[in-house]
Design a protein around this ligand. Structure first.
Ligand code: ADP
Ligand code: MG
Ligand code: MG
Length: 895
């Protein structure tokens, strides 16, 4: 196996092997851009190291060969006392994990070579600065020396000197600091700082391998659903120095604004600084635009390279660069993370610019991003903001201020909404950032750690709110002090920070959907919408975002094979879903129709001791149900409405045992309540989810389903007679055997014939008991349609009680990698998905025109939508708010 690649040997498509950073360094090298020479050790070597606890046997020799080539290219030797070659040893995995793993700069520098470096550069201060940075980074990342130990020593040195920033320390101060650092190193590791350049490099390489499994990296991967077994590559890169003086510096840049997609100059620059200083927010950066004045040549060159990169990657890129004495070097690029809004806008811009086609644009936006754009935003307010920072990651977050990552996680676990407030964040703050509704910092720009990570996670973030004086347990602005627990609101779209809670309103995207604008031409179902075309009103006031979202959805609608239906139980939800583009109702639950005032009627049904009483109770429910259905059929005029007959166990409609028992003990039960108590006891079940519910209920109380079917048929007749186009379908829940379905169906057909609604009323079944999936061929003989109830199918297929397991042990399961995401969230394609495929295949074999859909929560989950598309379903049905998400993902699935 080949474990090491020179930059010239790689390219951007080798991310699996070389990691994103390595692949893109190779790509830039081959584009002829100024990248310092170097090589990449593959992720395969990392996997081998993590598996065996040692590096592969041939790795050493390969590294030596590539190091020799690097030395030759640089005409210097690693750590040579006369003129040392220094390198950076950098992590870089397939998926970018900003700051989560380790990187060590200035590797190769030793006591012996500091003078050489000083002589060659003509800059003694620089040489000591580089050395103290090495000891600090190496100590921290390779030898686990606590970072604070070094920071305290640095602060002490600054204090003694009366210096504000590290740049105010001179060569002597830094030399003294190096001594202090070396002592700290020895104290914590029990050994002297390694003086063998090659040993430094090898230890750093191992540390980078190991940083794959750093706690925060694991947490980040779980959050971002990045597989845990990929490993990281290691890039060894010849150092270039931004800390050589005022004609040097380091920066980060985006080819477009990652928050809005606007074209322009976006980035931060820090003169006389090295590497991480920018991201860490050690000193305040200057806007990239200001580089033009400082170093016009480098600035122009940077602009040129950025446009080369955008043209080459055909997308927004972010880059890291360093200027060494007026010479520009590229240290990293990648297709940049961006906000959800920018993703849609940029995709649209690039289509307009002729850079990509609409299919590619659709590939570049996701349902998860669209979901984010549907979250509420702050309403207009007269409240004066406390401060204004940089709008780093959009959203409207309201929560209790918390000043510590662990505290934030703690409070969030108890159900509090929290805003994590920090001077700046670092990778150790990740748990708090995940737990928080929003992140607020007083330092750092659009490219600071907080901003980059928050954008990646879709978390609201305002950074660099410099008016805030943030301490460990409060912040002050003017005369206002905010302490832990005080409610604040932060607006990631404007950067404004408010004291107290600012009310929210629907997002512009939702407002647009809610307006009269029309939606899709439905795929496949052949149903056409009557509500006209987009912008029939000539609305030109639409924001670029709304236009971009609409455009992506239209293309998705054109491409998709899957229809998108909705789960709705009332006319209001049905109407909204329809405006969101739903092409039918795949699940109209009927149980809520038995709640509220109607509970008494259901109780009467349960208490009925004669069939007469039972009939009376049902007769009282009939007109109410009929009115419910008529309303929904009207709201969905012309579109299918799948009504699921009652599913939950009836005792769910009774008062709780505890409540009645307590009253009983106090002798406060009336005679009806006594009857109820007896009924509760009689109907008690140990495992209600596996008990008397669904079709079983229909067979035990035959009049119940008949009443519901009658209500549906009569409602349809009524709507039809009023000139409407009702399309009801009757769905039987929890069927496991064709005989169950057949019994219900015979009875339902009788009722429908009797009512004569004047429209067809197809009868189908849910497939949610594993046995139904496995006998789908037989069941299809009695079913005109199937609808997968993937919640129950998952529950019964895995034997996981959906109400209990998530809190009980899913955390542990995720940790152990038994699954990467809860199977209730994303369909388990291998197991439960297999049941789905079997049912589709055998069902269609028995009845070729069988209509098949899914109505579980999974119907609106992006990954699951892709699975259902591949399994050949006709539609997915999901909650109204997920309808646009499902449309988009169904379109993407079809590409
Ligand atoms: P991360 O993935 O956390 O960004 P990097 O490996 O990119 O870590 O490096 C951290 C910082 O060090 C970046 O700012 C990068 O530009 C800088 N850096 C890395 N290698 C070199 C080098 N060879 N010369 C100068 N600066 C470097
Ligand atoms: Mg980097
Ligand atoms: Mg179910």
């Amino acid at each position: 196996d080949k474990y090491v690649y020179a930059f010239a040997e790689g390219n951007k498509d080798l991310k699996d092997l070389l990691g994103g950073k390595g692949a893109n360094l190779a790509e830039m090298t081959n584009l002829g851009l100024p990248v310092p020479p170097g090589f990449t050790i593959t992720t395969e070597a990392c996997r081998a190291y993590l598996r065996d606890g040692k590096t592969p046997a041939s790795l050493d020799a390969e590294i030596s060969a590539h190091l020799a080539a690097l030395e030759q290219a640089m005409a210097k030797k690693l750590g040579d006392p006369e003129d040392p070659l220094l390198v950076s040893v950098r992590s870089g995995a397939k998926f970018s994990m900003p700051g989560m793993m380790e990187t060590v700069l200035n590797v190769g520098l030793t006591d012996a070579s500091v003078p050489g470096l000083a002589r060659q550069s003509g800059n003694i201060r620089f040489a000591w600065d580089s050395y103290r940075r090495l000891i600090q980074m190496f100590g921290k990342t390779v030898c686990d020396v606590p970072g604070e130990a070094f920071e305290q020593a640095l602060d002490a040195a600054k204090r003694v000197k009366g210096a504000h920033a590290d740049v105010d320390l001179d060569a002597d101060d830094l030399q003294a600091l190096v001594d202090a650092y070396k002592q700290i190193f020895k104290q914590h590791t029990g050994r002297d700082f390694p003086q063998e350049p090659r040993e430094q490099m090898e230890l750093a390489i191992r540390a980078v391998f190991e940083s794959w499994n750093a706690e925060r990296a694991i947490l980040y991967r779980r959050q971002e659903r990045i597989p845990g077994d990929l490993g990281t590559a290691v890039n060894v890169v010849a150092m270039v120095f931004g800390n050589l003086g005022d004609d040097s510096g380091t920066g980060v840049a985006f080819t477009r604004d990652p928050a809005t997609g606007e074209q322009g100059v976006y980035g931060d620059y820090l003169p006389n600084a090295q590497g991480e200083d920018v991201v860490a927010g050690i000193r305040n950066t200057i806007p990239l635009q200001d580089l033009e004045g400082l170093d016009p040549t480098s600035f122009t060159e940077l602009m040129r390279i950025m446009s080369v990169l955008e043209g080459h990657y055909k997308d927004l890129c972010d880059i890291e660069f360093t200027i060494e004495r007026g010479k520009l070097w590229m240290l990293q690029t990648r297709v940049g993370k961006r906000t959800a809004a920018a993703a849609f806008i940029i995709a649209g811009q690039l289509v307009d610019e002729g850079v990509i086609d609409p299919d590619e644009a659709l590939r570049r936006v996701t349902g998860a991003q669209l979901m984010q754009l549907m979250f509420p935003t702050f309403a207009k307010t007269d409240t004066q903001p406390l401060a204004k920072g940089i709008a780093a990651s959009p959203g409207a977050a309201v929560g209790k201020a918390v000043f510590d990552s662990a505290r934030a996680a703690e409070r969030a676990a108890t159900g509090d909404k929290v805003i994590l407030v920090r001077r700046e964040t670092n990778p150790d703050d990740l748990p708090g950032m995940i737990a928080a509704a929003g992140i607020l910092t007083s330092r750092g720009g659009k490219t600071s750690h907080a901003a980059v990570v928050a954008r990646g996670m879709g978390r609201t973030c305002v950074c660099g709110a410099e008016a805030l004086d943030v301490t460990d347990d409060s912040f002050k602005v003017g005369t206002t002090t905010v302490r832990e627990g005080d409610v604040i609101s932060i607006d990631g779209t404007t950067g404004k920070v408010y004291l107290g809670e600012i009310p929210v309103e629907p997002s512009p995207v939702v407002q647009y959907f809610e307006g009269d604008a029309a939606h899709s031409v439905p795929a496949r179902s052949g149903v056409s919408r009557e509500d006209g075309g987009l912008n029939a009103s000539g609305d030109t006031a639409q924001s670029p975002l709304v236009r971009a979202v609409d455009r992506a959805l239209r293309h998705a609608d054109e491409m998709r094979r899957l229809a998108v239906w909705t789960n709705a139980d009332n006319a209001a939800d049905a109407g909204r879903a329809r405006r969101f583009g739903a092409q039918g109702i795949g699940l109209c639950r009927t149980e809520h129709m038995f709640l509220g005032d109607r509970r008494e009627l259901v109780e009467a049904l349960i208490l009925a001791s004669t069939s007469d009483e039972q009939e009376q109770a049902l007769a009282a429910l009939l007109p109410l149900q009929r009115a419910d259905f008529a309303e929904i059929l009207q709201a969905m005029n012309g579109l299918p409405v799948t009504v699921r007959l009652i599913d939950p166990p009836l005792h769910e409609f009774l008062p709780s045992l505890e409540e009645l028992a307590v009253k009983d003990a106090q002798g406060r039960l009336g005679s009806r309540e006594k009857e109820l108590l007896a009924a509760v006891r009689r109907t008690h079940e140990e495992n209600p989810m596996l008990g008397l519910r669904g079709v079983r209920l229909g067979l035990v109380i035959p009049g119940l389903f008949a009443m519901q079917v009658r209500a549906i048929a009569e409602a349809a007749r009524q709507v039809k007679q009023a000139g409407g186009d009702p399309r009801p379908e009757v769905m039987v829940p929890l069927v496991g055997a064709v005989q169950e379905l057949e019994a219900v169906r015979t009875q339902a057909l009788d009722v429908i014939r009797d009512v004569d609604p004047g429209v067809p009323v197809p009868i189908g079944t849910m497939i949610e008991v594993p046995r139904a999936a496995l006998t789908a061929g037989e069941i299809a003989g009695s079913a005109e349609f199937f609808s997968f109830g993937t919640n129950d199918l998952t529950q019964m297929g895995w034997g996981f009680s959906r109400d209990d397991v998530e809190s009980a042990f899913f955390g542990r399961y995720l940790e152990l990698g038994i699954f990467g995401v809860s199977p209730f969230e994303t369909l388990d394609a291998d197991g439960i998905g297999r049941l789905v495929r079997i049912a589709v295949e055998e069902g269609r074999a028995a009845r070729p025109d069988l209509q098949i859909g899914v109505c579980g929560e999974h119907g609106g989950d992006p990954d699951s939508v892709h699975f259902f598309d591949s399994a050949g379903l006709d539609y997915v049905s999901c909650s109204p708010f997920r309808v646009p998400v499902a449309r988009l993902e169904a379109g993407r699935a079809a590409l």
